[in-house]
Write a protein that binds this ligand. Structure first.
Ligand code: IVH
Length: 669
């Protein structure tokens, strides 16, 4: 290809992809398959790498990230980004209306109502139609320049066109993580042994602060714009401004409404109170704005917030029910988690029977007692939490809950390390749920992938004194297993074959399987690739660990501690002797990075490859094989006889479904 041809091709591809993007995000129609789209994008990215001088400033390749920012530059806002004062009742809102009426001297006025989106405020600058700067709110006066991260948000236009477009303008709005995306991410994190993200808003805010825009791109953030900012706006009212935003192709939530008076505002608030729960994102209230820009100027601002707007906050979703008992769960790390068992109650579409209590401090803080009527709240979290008590309903003679001081499973005295809120059972080697938990963790699919053993078998093996730690699995003999209840010749051989096969799973799986606290599957992979083998990792200093991208103090410390423990060292030695992989296999050194950053779920039967071969193929080309379909997944690789549930889930989450042929093409490309 000549340079001129490359330039032409880049122009064509950019135009084509931007056209499809516009169709998809602004008009909700799709004229190309996802796979076809990805192919075009991939072709463009490769050409741009070879000929960076021809990359367009609005190139769609920026959507997939690729930039690392160590520290975000500070930028000053042209106009401060104010906050809103909150109201919680009709009375307070009526008072706001009275203040507005008074300040406007009896002139008539209208309101414009929007929902209050629960995300992260963003300011976007456009010059000659191009997105030039995206900044976070920061302290309102100055924020961070997070342009490369924001450019990965697919619904934010990189270039806008349209009549009457000012040469320079600023728009503001809210970047958010759709609830479905949030839930999918947390499901995956849970599987990975990583702590769940607290709620979609924190998730969005944490994501925007990430240094690697490629990860931001995978997090599927979205955005609603709700303000056009400036002095000489081509809009006399907020309504005009919103209409322009829509016309110029910005994503605007269609939930707004103009209201003639405060009565209509109340109606709007009532209308959305429950309907908002069906929206794809969290909202926590209504923003009421005086519509006329002139009147907004007359009303002005206080230091913190405008006098022409106010937020009405909905009450959180909660229900009252009775606390029947508290149970204490022991995790594989020995951490004790108290869980409230409740009289079943309906809350936001589900029946709630259990709620999280976090730790002893939380129980004390609430002064919780059995029989109390508790308030249970459902936020973005996976399980609901107890947020308060209705003291008027407290039964007489109730006594405060005394937190357990001995392990409910093994009776050991619990300990609480300085600085930790949770109690721990220190009996690492002798506490059954910890032992079984570690083995269950070890054999899971994303670790050693020993699917010939289930939870019941783990319990049985432990009960019979055959398996005490993961290394014991490799010492099992035919006669040990054959004698177990329910085992015959075939099932025994099957179980042992599964264990034998696990000796080949790659080092990163083994590292994850070891169960080092805070080392989830992704972190294990990073550590494995960085240190190459277990010896290097074991010798790594705290500083060396901190040097690994995305490894923080908490993980570094935990890794150091793990390798200081004699029992752990002994187990590793035994696993080594058993023949597990403790270094990155140079035979499976990458063939290419064609699939880098892409995740796959494999389902069904295939023509050219066995499932194992497919997994290997994906890994050696830089991709990741995972077990569950989630919103974060890139591809569901579908063979014959794939289960309908997987397909349905993938379809509903918008995950691309590809065939073996598509996959081969992807590799050949
Ligand atoms: S207008 C002067 N409209 O709420 C502030 N803000 O507490 C003008 N927010 O930082 C903001 N939805 O992040 C406005 N429809 C909406 C909003 C909204 C959410 C957030 C925004 C702002 C915060 C103010």
């Amino acid at each position: 290809m000549t340079e001129e041809e490359a330039k032409q091709k880049i122009n064509n591809l950019t135009e084509k992809i931007n056209y499809y993007n516009h169709k998809y995000y602004q008009e909700s129609t799709s004229e190309i398959t996802d796979f076809g789209f990805d192919q075009l994008l991939e072709e463009l990215i490769q050409l741009e790498e070879a000929y960076p001088q021809y990359r367009w400033p609005d190139s769609p390749s920026q959507r997939v990230g690729g930039t690392i920012t160590k520290e975000f530059p500070t930028v000053y806002h042209d106009y401060p980004m104010l906050s809103l004062s909150n109201t919680y009742s009709e009375k307070e809102l009526s008072e706001f209306d009275k203040r507005v009426a008074k300040a406007l001297n009896g002139n008539s006025y209208e309101y414009f109502c929007e929902l209050k989106f629960d995300g992260v405020a963003i300011s976007l600058h456009y010059e000659n139609g191009l997105l030039t700067r995206a900044a976070s709110r920061g302290d309102g006066v100055r924020g961070d320049d997070i342009t490369s991260n924001v450019k990965t948000v697919r619904s934010i236009p990189l270039r806008v066109k349209g009549s009457g477009l000012p040469s320079k303008f600023e728009v503001r709005g809210e970047i958010f993580m759709p609830r479905q995306v949030f839930e999918a991410i947390n499901q995956a994190r849970e599987k990975n042994g990583e702590p769940a993200l607290a709620n979609p808003r924190n998730a969005a805010s944490g994501t925007l602060k990430m240094q690697d825009s490629t990860i931001v791109s995978q997090r599927k953030l979205d955005c609603y714009l709700y303000a056009l900012v400036g002095d000489d706006l081509p809009a006399g009212t907020h309504e005009d401004a919103v209409t322009l935003l829509e016309k110029w192709g910005f994503p605007v939530s269609p939930t707004y409404q103009k209201c003639k008076n405060i009565q209509e505002v109340f109606e709007y608030i009532n209308y959305w109170e429950s309907r908002r729960l069906t929206l794809p994102l969290d909202t926590d209230g209504v923003v009421v704005k005086v519509n006329s820009h002139n009147q907004q100027r007359v009303l002005g601002n206080t230091a913190k917030s405008p006098r022409w707007a106010i937020a009405y906050k909905y009450k959180a979703l909660n229900a009252a029910t009775v606390l029947e008992k508290i149970i204490y769960q022991v995790g594989r790390t020995g951490a004790i988690t108290p869980v409230a068992c409740l009289k079943p109650v309906a809350l936001a579409g589900t029946i709630v029977k259990r709620a999280s209590l976090h730790n002893a401090n939380e129980i004390n803080r609430l002064d919780l007692r059995l029989g109390d009527t508790v308030l249970v709240e459902k936020g973005g979290e996976i399980i609901p939490k107890v947020t308060g008590i209705d003291l008027s309903k407290r039964p007489p003679h109730s006594v405060p809950i005394v937190y357990i001081d001995h392990c409910p499973a093994c009776g050991s005295k619990l300990v609480r390390k300085a600085g930790e809120a949770q109690h721990f059972c220190p009996n690492t080697e002798g506490c059954p749920p910890q032992i079984k938990g570690r083995i269950e963790h070890f054999i899971q699919r994303r670790a050693m992938d020993i699917n010939s053993i289930g939870k019941e078998t783990v319990a049985l093996l432990h009960e019979k004194g055959l398996v005490h730690n993961p290394a014991d699995l490799y010492k099992l003999r035919y006669e040990d297993v054959y004698e177990l209840e329910g085992f015959k010749d075939l099932s025994t051989r099957n179980l042992l074959n599964g264990i034998e096969a696990s000796k080949n799973v790659p080092f990163e799986n083994v590292l994850f399987a070891l169960g080092i606290r805070y080392v989830g599957r992704t972190v294990a992979e990073k550590l494995a690739r960085h240190f190459n083998n277990i010896d290097q990792l074991m010798q790594a200093s705290y500083e060396a660990l901190l040097n690994v991208p995305e490894i923080g103090e908490r993980i570094a410390l935990s890794v150091i501690q793990f390798f200081q423990d004699e029992d752990n060292l002994r187990m590793i030695q035994q696993l080594r002797e058993a023949g597990l992989q403790f270094e990155v296999d140079s035979d499976t050194a990458p063939e290419s990075s064609q699939l880098a950053g892409k995740s796959f779920v494999i389902s069904g039967v295939f023509e050219t490859f066995s499932r194992e071969e497919l997994k290997e193929k994906i890994r050696t080309n830089g991709g990741q094989v995972i077990s569950a379909v989630s919103g974060k997944l890139d591809y569901l690789l579908a063979g014959d006889n794939m289960g309908p549930a997987k397909r349905q889930k993938a379809e509903s989450l918008g995950v691309k479904i590809i065939s073996e042929q598509d996959f081969l093409q992807m590799l050949a490309h």
